[in-house]
Design a protein around this ligand. Sequence first.
Ligand code: ZN
Length: 239
Amino acid sequence: MGCLGEDGGEARLMSSERERALVVLSGGQDSTTCLYWAIDRFGRESVDTLTFDYGQRHRIELDCAAKVAEIAGVSNARLPIDTFGRLGGDALTDPDVGVLPGADADTGLPNTFVPGRNLIFLTFAAAWAWQRGISHLVTGVAQTDYSGYPDCREASIAALQRALRLGMESGVEIHTPLMHLSKKETVELARDLGALPAMAETHTCYNGERPPCGVCPACELRARGFAEAGIADPLDASS
Ligand code: ZN
């Protein structure tokens, strides 16, 4: 699990020792920050990104991911998984379900939770990486502000890493540089890594609006992070 040293980044690897990393890029704020973390850690030429087209209602995410990758100067592959949309029942893939505030009384989870999404994403990412000799996966999950999503917790990711290592006979390592950071700290990290220009092209709003709606839980969380860090959100200036 990745964590930053006192110099703001883990010791840079010598080019001869560099290994490749695959960043799961959603087009959002967190995965964009992770992309710049990976570039800092592994080197731009050793980083690829993968974006899942999982039937999300907000197709704008896919374009945002492509733009962010372009700005960062890395590749962006898109992998279709249309199964989630057929499961239905969550606000991110089912057009009949609106985003509700707070947690569902029965499950204790927000209705934007897509069950198993991160587990499936990381499993496909690991398979993609395995085929290409890539041993590092980077994902923007965080349990600090994890919105109640159980598959963002460190224990979930650690268990998945173990399963992937066993199931793929590999030494795959899942890096979660944001795991213990608050949204404020994530914004500060993005600034320190030079990710703010790309942040103007990211998408966060659960309602799929641009300019962002400003009132959905995702917009509120993002706005609070930038406000607490005392940094203007580049998205506000660009939209
Ligand atoms: Zn919104």
